[in-house]
Design a protein around this ligand. Sequence first.
Ligand SMILES: Cc1ncc(COP(=O)(O)O)c(C=O)c1O
Length: 476
Amino acid sequence: MLLLLNPDSPTPLFDQIYGFFKQAIIDGTLKFNTQLPSIRQLAKSLEVSNNTVIAAYQQLTDEGYLMNVPRKGLFVANLDTQEVNPQKKGQEPPQFTPQKTEKPRADYAFNLNQAGIDEHHFPIKAWRKCINWALDKPFLQYGVYFGEPVLKKALASYLFKSRGVKTQPEQIVIGAGTIQLMSLLATLFKNKMPEKSSKQVAFEEPGYQASRQVWLDYGYQVQPVAVDPLEGIRLDALEPLHPDLVYLTPSHHFPLGGIMPVAHRLQILQWAKERNCYLIEDDYDSEFRFRGKPIPALQALDTHERVIYAGTFSKAFLPSLRLAYLVLPPHLLPHLEALQHLGQSTSVNMQRAMAIFMEEGYWDKHLRKMRKVYKHKFEQALTSIQQIMGDKVTVTTQASGLSLLIKVHTDLSEETLVQKAREADIWMKGKSDAWLVPDNLPQYPHIAFGFGATPIDQIATVVEKLYQVWFEDHSA
Ligand SMILES: Cc1ncc(COP(=O)(O)O)c(C=O)c1O
């Protein structure tokens, strides 16, 4: 073994020595337990200072390539493990075979994702301005646990004004999306009920599968509860149960679209009080209701601290922002204290920008504009589907949100329908995953038709294309 140093190399001398020994150890030239020359010996033979050799040996020892045996010297450590020495000399590195992946959603000509938002009307100028203002006084350090007070303040006032939600800013928890906040809640309730080995969440069936999965992941038992397509979760199906929590979307059932009448809201609140259980109200898209007056949130009617209100900026504003919030009943706040290690999950600067956006009036203006934009798209989508597809489909809608649900009267499977759509360059998704129990799956496939991201003048075209691939190319 010959170690030659190159004094003209940009690599420092200690690094050259380090690299030489590291490579010799990894490829097995220097075997386990081989003793290395002493610092003085090596420094002399290489004509470098002792410190240069010390620095190289120190690094090799810190990284675990060498072991220091007191009063004897430095020896090559045992690296014969898969992790440190994955390949023997001459062996080819393992080949990575990339899995066949789907075309990315953004590459489709038409995006009917039910969570897609309108890009054309996004208030990019105002948003940029707010980000710049937020960065004017850059917040370079960690932020406040569970959300910036300025945003909580703006949210408390907005939620009261728009949804009747009664909250102090301190009850609000800000996180990186509804799903992330569900993990936080699942942890909170695990800690709150340590005596209960099996904790139960009643869940709308069908319901929001991503959230349901979080509760399952955390070991909760999920009890599916039947849903009325027009009125949301069925109280008669809930009545015999004794869950710890109920997850529901009362203002726009996901995915069937039903709206829970006020009388049901009062009944479920009473039921929750009697059962001493909590209602998680996922109010994900109530900003967009195209008919009638806004319905107050369940939380607005709650007088016994039974409701945990969940909202998001993903539908009304920007899904890529990853900003959502919970409103906790005050008596749960001490349990949150114990979760400070989970800390701040979303950008301080973006929270500040959002607060400025709300305080400066851009938010209200944006909502007013988007209500009109989405109302037109909703009407266009509904009319196109009804006119073009006729009785081959049934559209479920309560005139709100960013998507419609189409029940397709066909003997094709959901998978085939989605596949045919994708072959026609249309991204869309079936909703069978909204049902937890396979036996509960409806007879006909249900497919979401998200109109948010599709330009209004393309809506009829995309419906025609779907008609073609679903019904005309299919001889059955
Ligand atoms: C029922 C429901 N709740 C909440 C959300 C929002 O989730 P997030 O805040 O994680 O973007 C969605 C998004 O599609 C949803 O469908």
